[in-house]
Design a protein around this ligand. Structure first.
Ligand code: BMA
Length: 336
């Protein structure tokens, strides 16, 4: 490999699996390509679900585990625990996760969505968009994907897309997020915050704004996607960007590289998107024209990367890229 991958998910759990993979289709010049049997998770995999999308998967004990957003047929947004032997075919618990929480004020939430799962030191942390008098970032953890513990919310409302870095930086936990409003938020920058204990968050720093000025794929708002990957070139951050067309929001996937020690500093930012809504399952669904990445799994030896993304707020898709190629793409097409 040209660049090295330093921190991804739990190294033992990552080494113990064969990550989902398909070679780039013949004739394609795209830096990111789709699994040819997408979507991998249908909207009605469990009896109560209207849709399953924007979900997080990690290698876990020789197989794959994850936390999944399943909106119910009553259109309540909930998080469900799930498993897979191959990272492609999943079984989900039909009942939502019941969090263990010492603080009833925090535990009584009504909605939860868009989870991310991040291995740090000794456990898998989960961050999600949590309702507490408005949406903010919920935080919890699990050791075994059986018992889930809920901690304090990270921020005041309104905030979405809380994404942890997979190790402490200069002794602190770091989290990316996207402050927002009460509705569908026609704006949004990525910020990063620091915490000594995963409870108290501060030292907030601005990372990136949408590309305003002219119509770009990310001119309305941007938000962090999967857990950033530590590489020899910096933190590789995959994110979503939104443009407002005459038909409403259109969500694509992009990438940037952040400084290792001061990750609010952007070193490179690819001008083109990596993937945009164009397949039928990305363009037709409850919210048309959405590709929304929430997880990636990387094989450090080969740089193969599998990306899990929500499609049209309805089903879950899988895409692939090669980390060396993605880093070169971001560097060669960078415009800050
Ligand atoms: C965002 C979130 C995401 C969703 C997206 C497109 O605000 O609600 O869960 O995928 O909008 O609807």
């Amino acid at each position: 490999m040209k660049y090295s991958i330093i921190t991804t998910s739990n190294p033992q759990d990552t080494a113990a699996v064969k990550i989902p993979w398909q070679d780039r289709p013949a004739g394609s010049g795209s830096v990111m390509w789709r699994y040819d049997n997408n979507p991998i998770i249908p909207r009605d995999l469990i009896p109560c679900s209207n849709s399953i999308f924007n979900s997080a998967v990690v290698p876990y004990k020789g197989a794959f585990a994850g936390v999944f957003r399943a909106d119910s047929v009553c259109r309540n947004m909930r998080l469900h625990n799930g498993r897979s032997d191959d990272g492609i075919n999943f079984q989900l618990d039909p009942e939502p996760i019941k969090w263990v929480c010492d603080e009833p004020e925090i535990g009584e939430f009504v909605e939860s969505y868009d989870p991310r799962v991040c291995w740090i030191e000794d456990r898998y942390y989960i961050t999600w968009c949590n309702s507490y008098h408005g949406y903010t970032i919920g935080v919890g953890y699990t050791y075994d994907f059986k018992t889930f513990y809920q901690m304090e919310n990270a921020f005041l409302p309104f905030n979405r897309n809380g994404v942890l870095f997979p190790r402490k930086i200069n002794g602190k936990f770091f989290m990316l997020s996207r402050p927002s409003d009460t509705g569908h938020t026609p704006f949004g920058d990525i910020f990063c915050s620091q915490s000594p204990d995963m409870v108290h968050w501060g030292c907030h720093r601005h990372v990136m704004s949408p590309k305003k000025g002219k119509l770009t794929w990310e001119c309305t708002k941007i938000g962090p996607g999967p857990v950033p990957i530590e590489t020899s070139e910096g933190w590789l951050m995959i994110y979503h960007g939104v443009l407002t067309s005459c038909n409403g929001f259109n969500y694509s996937i992009g990438a940037a590289i952040l400084d290792i020690d001061e990750p609010w500093k952007v070193k490179y930012r690819a001008k083109p998107y990596l993937l945009n809504p164009r397949e039928i399952y990305e363009c037709v669904g409850d919210v048309p024209n959405v590709v929304f990445p929430c997880a990636n799994i990387v094989e450090p030896e080969t740089g193969r990367m599998a990306i899990y993304y929500g499609c049209a707020d309805t089903v879950t898709g899988l895409a692939f890229c090669n980390t060396d190629e993605l880093i070169d793409f971001v560097k060669e097409n960078s415009e800050l």
